[in-house]
Write a protein that binds this ligand. Structure first.
Ligand code: ATR
Length: 326
């Protein structure tokens, strides 16, 4: 998700490096826009860990070589952003079930024996951020753990939000970012309608999800033709396309003639601009959430996988907000 940003290169603080410094980083092409170094280095500093997180500009044709290099250079692991997530899934020794299901890796763990485990923490980041905003997917079991997260985050932010349960989601887009979101929602028990300009891609995403979750409730629809009908049914609407990254210069990932309701939650994966889509939802009184928290929580999960320590989520959140507003 790290690509849904229009921000110029953020400042990166350089820790004191020693022979014992542990290495992690993010592979992307380009990678200069990534906010992850600022977020992770702030977390290492806050916990006094002798670790560093570096941007790694890797052209697609050199990805396999770069992945072999992780092992050779003694990296603990790495993240991946556009365009490497699908290709990386082909280069791992083992995949977690979610990474295998969606064919996408955003987190690599180099195990002590040198083997590579690929995971995808994007769906976790998305669901955790929803919970942090009081939005619960599916049934009671999810809700209990959700309420604990919500209390923690509400305390952190000093602004509790009322809880809401969503069971019917409408996801706009069927590209790479949609895979993690649709899978996470379906696995949590939501009914998911995918609306995409190319309906065949939405149908392909449904097949991918059903192959791993045969009882999932997912369906494919044309964008924008099906929006009126689908929006009337949805309690959660998610934009996974990058439309809105360039503000009003982009087409809306929506049909402005289709109204939002006050009881709907509207989420945009784009995280450092308030998109026209979110502004439209907000003006209609819907609960409008940007993707910054998803970026924080997917990063927090990677941090925990590498370090084995609880991530300082509030430090990571503050670091991101400070580079976004710089
Ligand atoms: P990402 O990896 O960020 O999801 P992507 O794979 O290029 O990026 O997917 C972009 C998504 O935005 C796709 O669902 C795409 O629709 P198509 O499958 O029809 O290409 C959608 N998208 C991009 N531009 C669009 C536009 N002008 N109108 C509607 N949908 C658009």
């Amino acid at each position: 998700m790290d690509h849904l940003s229009s921000h110029p290169q953020p400042p990166i603080s350089i820790p004191t490096l020693t022979g014992a410094t542990r290495l992690v980083g993010v592979m992307g092409w380009p990678v200069a826009h990534s906010l992850s170094p600022a977020m992770h280095n702030a977390a290492f500093a806050a916990l006094g860990l002798n670790w560093v997180y570096v941007p790694l500009a890797v052209p697609p044709e050199r990805l396999a070589e770069a992945v072999r290099g992780l092992r050779a250079l003694g990296f603990v692991g790495c993240n991946a952003t556009v365009p490497h997530k699908p290709a990386l899934a082909q280069l791992m020794d083992e995949l977690t079930p979610v990474a295998a299901a969606i064919g996408s890796v955003n987190t690599v763990i180099v195990r002590p024996d040198g083997s590579l485990l690929g995971d995808s923490t994007d769906g976790y980041g998305f669901l955790t951020d929803l919970r942090a905003h009081g939005v619960h997917i599916g049934e009671a079991e999810n809700r209990r753990s959700a309420e604990a997260t919500q209390r923690q985050v509400a305390k952190m932010k000093g602004r509790p939000e009322a809880g809401v349960v969503c069971r019917r989601a409408l996801v706009i887009g069927a590209g790479g970012a949609a895979r993690a979101v649709v899978f996470a929602l379906a696995e949590a028990g939501a009914t998911v309608a995918i609306a995409n300009r190319t309906v065949a891609s939405a149908a392909e995403l449904c097949r991918m999800v059903l192959a791993a979750l045969p009882t999932a409730n997912v369906s494919a629809h044309p964008f924008p033709a099906a929006l009126t009908r689908l929006a009337a049914d949805a309690d959660l609407i998610v934009n996974t396309t990058s439309l809105g990254l360039h503000g009003d210069a982009d087409p809306l990932p929506w049909d402005p003639a289709v109204p939002f309701r006050r009881d709907q939650v509207v989420y945009d994966l784009i995280y450092n601009v308030r998109t026209p889509f979110l502004r439209l939802a907000e003006a209609a009184g819907a609960r409008a959430i940007d993707g910054l928290g998803m970026l924080v929580h997917q990063g927090a999960r990677s941090f925990e996988l590498w370090t084995g320590r609880p991530a300082p989520v509030e430090v990571m959140d503050a670091a991101l907000r400070s580079v976004c507003s710089a």
